[in-house]
Design a protein around this ligand. Structure first.
Ligand SMILES: [Zn+2]
Length: 447
């Protein structure tokens, strides 16, 4: 109705300008309000597919809506966003999309001593706290692992970085299974993680050959650590105790920390571990056995073969067969690179033709059972890569394949007293948990 004419109606012009001011202020107010709301509520953005147009757009654009106005004092707000990574995302692509400056992105990578940003995976989560409207990054949290997360916090001219471990609740949990086809099939069917089944096989490896000895009707029970974070099961820890009924024989194992190491023991306190591993290398075949009257392969004369030759690929790790002290690590004529270990109680072992030695291996070093000492090679007089392994008792060579291996040294008397009390309570827990099936299997054990 009213004709809008700025030239002839200054009053109307003023009114129009006021309206424009009000509109501009309103937009600014709305903008501020929106960001404050976001700062209070965690906004989850699925990046990049479903990223909303507002979220993806640098916030500065909104402020520029009223460029003609005298610049108002900027109201700074904090905004928190969580971004779930997709394939191909990088730290730089994600933060650039959020308006973070290249300088801050660079500072972040400088603070990343663990190089976590170089190992980003789809489904990792990055949570950023931005100071708006300048998209100043105040903090960044990177979650790649359920057990821990990385926190980067802005300082004067750099970021500080720390790794936060989440609190894990550990609940002892009982499970058992009867073997119908195999340890792994029936274990999995009983809801037991493969990791625990490997641990179980390792605990009883001294007494049970899991490749050959397992029979239908065998049964086992485990008490293990189930781990939780915020009430959610996240994995398993150690096996605290285990029982295995194998072909009519009964074995038990209780995990316990002695003065020497954490190990598994019978309820009576005997170590399941033997003092020596039978074969100190993962070999392909035995190329020459222990033979006091052997014809030497190179010299064609009768020369006793005082050890066992385990043929294996060049570079295969060789382990110490028992705890002990390295008494020699170096070249021996004919043997090439060789290690000699004194295990105490009159036992020594020798490992020859090694390609090289593991890092710490030198005279005087205390080695643990199973520790890598060197690598299979063919140094010295050897016709192919193999480990020549000798086992001596009081200086006399014995056949490593057949020698009766002693049990590990026992606990001290004081230690044993404390242990027996603990073992009793663990046994009671196991017995309370046994199913009718397991009790039945126990009742059929040969005495
Ligand atoms: Zn040999």
């Amino acid at each position: 109705m009213t004709k809008f004419d700025m030239t002839h109606s200054p009053k109307l012009w003023l009114t129009a300008f006021s309206c424009f001011l009000a509109l501009g202020a309103g937009l600014l107010l709305w903008d501020t309000f929106r960001h404050q709301e976001q700062s209070e509520t965690l906004t989850t953005i699925n990046h990049p597919k479903t990223a909303g147009p507002v979220a993806a757009k640098p916030a500065l654009d909104n402020v520029n809506l009223a460029p003609a106005l005298p610049s108002p004092k900027q109201i700074q707000t904090k905004e928190k966003r969580t971004i779930k990574l997709a394939a191909g995302d990088s730290l730089s692509s994600i933060l650039t999309a959020q308006g973070v400056s290249n300088r801050q992105i660079y500072q972040l990578t400088q603070a990343d001593t663990k190089e976590a940003f170089k190992k980003l995976n789809p489904n990792d989560r990055i949570t950023i706290t931005l100071e708006q409207p300048n998209a100043q990054l105040l903090a960044l949290t990177l979650e790649q692992d359920i057990r821990q997360y990385e926190v980067f916090t802005a300082q004067e001219n750099h970021f500080s970085h720390k790794t936060i471990q989440r609190a894990i609740d550990v609940i002892p949990t009982y499970k058992e299974a009867r073997i119908e086809s195999s340890l792994f099939v029936d274990g999995s069917n009983a809801g037991i993680a493969d990791k625990l089944l490997f641990q179980l096989a390792s605990i009883f490896k001294w007494d049970i050959d899991f490749a050959l000895d397992i029979r239908r009707g065998d049964a086992f029970a485990i008490l293990y650590e189930e781990q939780y974070i915020d009430g959610e099961a996240i994995g398993t820890g150690n096996i605290l105790a285990a029982e295995f009924i194998n072909n009519g024989r009964y074995f038990e194992a209780i995990r316990y920390q002695t003065e020497r190491r954490i190990d598994y023991f019978t309820a009576d306190g005997l170590s399941l571990r033997k003092a020596f591993i039978r074969t100190p290398v993962d070999f392909n075949r035995i190329s020459s056995r222990f033979n006091p009257n052997r014809l030497h392969p190179i010299f064609k004369t009768t020369q006793p073969h005082r050890g066992v030759d385990y043929a294996a690929s060049e570079g295969t790790p060789v382990q110490s067969s028992g705890d002990g002290e390295i008494t020699y690590a170096g070249d021996i004529r004919g043997y090439g690179n060789a290690v000699i270990i004194d295990h105490g109680r009159g036992y020594t072992t020798l490992y020859a033709h090694l390609q090289g030695f593991a890092p710490n291996i030198k005279t005087g070093y205390q080695v643990s059972q199973g520790e890598e000492i060197g690598y299979v090679g063919q140094t010295g007089w050897a016709t192919g890569p193999h480990l020549h392994y000798e086992f001596r008792v009081n200086g006399i060579h014995q056949n490593p394949e057949t020698i009766a291996i002693p049990n590990d040294s026992p606990m001290s008397k004081d230690e044993l007293t404390v242990y027996l009390r603990y073992a009793q309570s663990i046994k009671a827990t196991l017995q309370r948990s046994h199913s009718a099936m397991f009790k039945q299997a126990l009742s059929q054990i040969r005495r």
